[in-house]
Write a protein that binds this ligand. Structure first.
Ligand code: ADP
Length: 867
């Protein structure tokens, strides 16, 4: 190390403390990176890699970014999950002896980003810490941008832990190095988080309020301690906007696990991972960013206390009925900026005057909001109105002090209003007087010399000057002005008098700017004292925003208020909220659903694409909507309060963790079976499809029996195994329903209508026809099907057809029930090639093929036949 220059030595010393981060090393107007950091950063950021002398034999790899464009680069790296340590010069280079002192002033990480595109207005950015104890996991969360903090304890099940991290959209998790490898691995694979290490867990003294809250639980205290220690070490500044921590328990809310959240597309779609097309997207008529975040939190955590749910529903109903008040509220909310994030920036010390104007404008809406709430005819309205704190004194302070349209920079003046500070006013007078004196001088000199184009100007280098064009110079009386600067077509002059005034004006201006900055920082400090009140206010406003959003959506989409029961579920004309929205409302076919103690399991059959999974999802989404306090897409809805929702829908392969569809399917099924209670809702869509027919059907039946006999959860089970429909003979609470379809001139027409009883036919080929496969191919498929069906009746069962005993024997093979006899040539008369082909068709396991597989096979067969 000794061979390096002192600066590189300094670099290496600092870098040693931040090995897992890119070190942005401030050098003049640039942040430079060296060695491996430089090589990696040049690739990640696509910037030029250079090198420099550093004292050693080899040149040192180097790359850098100008400091003014650094935020964009930092953001890019952090977005990719990296950390960036910002190392600044912490003494004036002019005064430094030897190498300028440098220190890391902030470590920016995925979980601690305060600004940038990565921060979505309507999403939280939670950082989490995890501690493992002998009997539990402790988790703590903080969103630095909004100041929210919360903690909870979970049993030692890794899946639950992963679920909590996933639900909260965490990008970074702080752990102890000794945390089990398996947990770390899953966190990275499943939640794609950045892992950070923090061993210190004792809580620093400035978190008294949180310590009081957690004092009886040393585990939660140390989990939270890990988090705040990490925050303090990385942010190196005030964290006073962190609100007192909230303790929550997962069982206080409806539990929806990781898989189900994804399957039901609550906040993002499976395919695009985007918000569009999700329940959140459908619902989001919030007017503020805070409301948007609160909405997402509510969707993530539906309630289970009937009184809490009804409080929300009451307010939604009131807002729905009082249209004018709701519209007024929406207009007012539109003017409210992101108070939570403003509070965060205030605490962080990086607000500018424009932020404070936003704060003022937002606060100015609050008395009006209060007044509208007061007018609501709801038993809670007046207590809510009372709890809304408009922070009048703060509004007044900001209104008196900060200009309405201040510049972005807080260092160039023009921020503070006249009349706020007497000394400032005096300087401004001097400066303004000076300026009007100069205007008067210009007039006077024009008259004196008779030069109409004479003007007085100012520039930074020469100060004030009198400018006369070359053509008029001869008009200036001898000795009147002193020449200062010659331009191509004009001369610039000064006079002693002008010089004298100039000193006064410039001095006043300098003082103004300095004083304005000081006044501004004082105000900023004063505003800090209001952070807690502003955060409380933000919370109230965000909740009001979500409630008005529910009312707005419920009205627009004709939802109705759900009524809660002790177990019965009854939907009249229910709809899938998102599918209904994306398709033409007239085309959507509403459906009823009836489930109770005698009908706790519905076995749903019907052709592919007929609407089975839409129907199942609709039931789950309706329950979730009800339990977050929103009206629901049905003309009448009577619902139990579900403690948990489990789903196994669709074949979304879990590519990230490399698990096969079947494995994921079984994991999801297991999760439901192990955790569900009689108060839970289970949706199983085509379970058992991922394996061979026998296995799949056997598993599906065993699962149904198990739920029926041991759990009693309300269950919707769709299947393509028609054999399972006979289970109703044996399981008293299982009922068959089917999605109806009719054949119209040889084509299938989906009615999307749920009817009692099992479906009678599989429409695979008809469905394939809808996909616009070539007509001759479809015709041939029909022909083959007819032959198969005929063969099936005439011959003894080929080995490959199903022979699993499910329920009654006569219910077997309902797949091809209404077959018409087809005249087939005697097989021994067929040419060998055709016979082989027919045999291969017979051997096909149709139930285990997708329509596309079937088409491919057909295509092959046809090709051979034509050859
Ligand atoms: P399945 O699960 O039976 O294969 P889906 O539930 O995926 O079928 O539905 C297939 C398509 O049918 C949906 O994408 C939707 O466009 C349409 N659909 C489903 N249910 C309805 C309905 N009730 N009314 C109108 N269209 C529907």
């Amino acid at each position: 190390m000794a061979e390096y220059t002192p600066m590189i030595q300094q670099y290496l010393k600092i870098k040693a403390e931040y090995q897992d981060a890119f070190l942005f090393f401030r050098l003049g107007d640039f942040y430079e990176m060296f060695f491996d950091d430089a090589i990696k950063a040049s690739q990640e950021l696509e910037i030029t890699l250079t090198s420099r002398e550093g004292g050693s034999e080899d040149r040192i790899p180097m790359c850098g970014v100008p400091h003014h464009s650094a935020p964009g680069y930092i953001e890019q790296l952090v977005e990719k999950g990296f950390k960036v340590a910002i190392c600044e010069q912490t003494e004036d280079p002019k005064l430094a002896k030897g190498v300028v002192r440098r220190e890391v002033v902030q470590l920016i990480t995925p979980g601690t980003m305060m600004e940038g595109k990565g921060l979505v207005d309507k999403e939280n950015n939670f950082l989490a810490s995890i501690s493992e104890y002998s009997d539990s996991f402790g988790i703590a969360f903080s969103d630095l941008t909004t100041g929210e903090s919360k903690v909870t304890k979970l049993s030692l099940q890794i899946d639950e832990l992963i679920n909590e991290i996933y639900v909260n959209g965490v990008k970074e998790v702080v752990v102890d190095p000794t945390l089990a490898e398996e947990v770390k691995k899953k966190l990275i694979e499943r939640c794609q988080v950045t892992l950070s290490i923090e061993t210190e867990t004792s809580i620093p003294s400035d978190f008294e309020r949180s310590v009081e809250i957690l004092e009886n639980d040393s585990q939660l205290l140390s989990t939270f301690g890990r988090l705040v220690n990490y925050l303090q070490k990385t942010q190196k500044r005030s964290l006073e906007h962190l609100q007192p921590v909230q303790v929550y328990h997962v069982h206080q809310f409806m539990k929806i696990d990781f898989y189900s959240k994804r399957n039901l597309e609550l906040t993002e779609t499976i395919r695009s991972k985007g918000k569009k097309g999700s329940l959140l997207w459908l619902l989001d008529s919030t007017m503020t960013a805070m409301g948007g975040r609160r909405l997402k939190q509510w969707i993530d955590r539906p309630l289970i206390q009937q009184s809490d749910i009804n409080n929300r529903l009451n307010m939604v109903e009131t807002l729905l009925n009082q249209f004018f008040e709701r519209q007024e509220l929406r207009e007012l909310l539109k003017e409210v900026y992101d108070l939570e994030r403003l509070a965060g920036r205030i605490a962080f010390g990086n607000v500018n005057a424009r932020d404070l104007v936003q704060l003022k404008k937002s606060l100015q809406q609050v008395p009006h909001i209060q007044e509208v709430v007061q007018r609501l005819q709801n038993e809670n309205a007046s207590s809510i109105a009372k709890r809304i704190d408009p922070c009048d004194d703060l509004t007044e302070l900001l209104d008196q002090s900060i200009e309405d349209n201040p510049p972005l920079s807080v260092k160039d003046g023009d921020i503070i209003k006249d009349g706020y500070n007497t000394i400032l006013d005096q300087y401004r007078d001097a400066s303004r007087n000076g300026k009007s004196w100069i205007a008067a001088l210009e007039k006077q000199e024009r008259e004196r010399t008779g030069i109409k184009t004479l003007k007085i100007g100012y520039n930074r280098v020469f100060g004030y000057y009198i400018e006369v064009t070359k053509a008029n110079i001869h008009l200036i009386p001898e000795g009147l002005y002193e020449r200062k600067q010659t331009l191509s077509n004009a001369e610039r002059y000064i006079t002693p008098e002008l010089k004298e005034k100039e000193v006064l004006i410039l001095e006043a201006q300098e003082k103004i700017i300095e004083l304005e900055y000081n006044i501004f920082t004082d105000i900023r400090e004063t505003v800090k004292r209001y952070i807690t009140r502003v955060q409380e206010l933000a919370k109230m406003i965000s909740e009001l925003d979500v409630l008005q959003c529910f009312a707005t959506v419920s009205e627009e989409r004709h939802y109705s208020r759900p009524i809660f029961t002790n177990g019965e579920l009854q939907l009249i004309d229910g709809r899938h909220p998102v599918v209904e929205k994306v398709m033409n409302a007239q085309e959507y076919v509403p459906n009823n659903c009836q489930m109770d103690d005698n009908r706790s399991i519905l076995l749903i059959t019907g052709p592919n694409m007929s609407g089975k999974s839409t129907y199942m999802r609709q039931v789950a989404l309706t329950s979730i909507l009800a339990q977050i306090g929103c009206f629901v897409p049905a003309s009448e809805a009577r619902l139990p309060i579900f403690d948990q929702v489990f789903t196994r829908i669709g074949a979304a392969d879990d590519l990230i963790s490399g698990q096969s569809t079947f494995m994921v399917e079984m994991l999801e099924a297991r999760n439901a079976i192990v955790n569900a209670t009689s108060n839970s809702l289970i949706l199983f869509d085509e379970i058992g499809r991922g394996t061979s027919t026998y296995d799949g059907m056997a598993l599906a039946q065993a699962i149904i029996e198990y739920i029926h006999n041991n759990i009693g959860a309300k269950t919707l089970f769709s299947t393509h195994y028609h054999e399972l429909t006979s289970l109703d003979q044996q399981l008293s609470q299982l009922k068959n329903v089917h999605v109806s379809a009719i054949e119209d001139q040889g084509k299938v027409v989906f009615l999307h209508k749920i009817k009692e009883g099992p479906a009678d036919k599989s429409y695979g080929i008809h469905v394939a026809e809808l996909s616009d496969l070539p007509k001759p191919l479809i015709a041939r498929a029909q022909e083959i099907l007819s032959q198969l069906e005929a063969g099936n009746k005439q011959e003894s069962k080929p080995e490959s057809t199903l022979s699993v005993q499910v329920g009654q024997a006569d219910k077997q093979l309902s797949f091809f029930t209404d077959t018409k006899p087809v005249v087939v040539k005697e097989t021994n008369e067929l040419p060998r090639k055709d016979k082989q082909l027919l045999d291969s068709i017979k051997a096909l396991d149709l139930l285990d093929m997708t329509p596309l597989d079937a088409m491919n096979k057909l295509y092959e067969i046809q090709k051979k036949l034509k050859a």
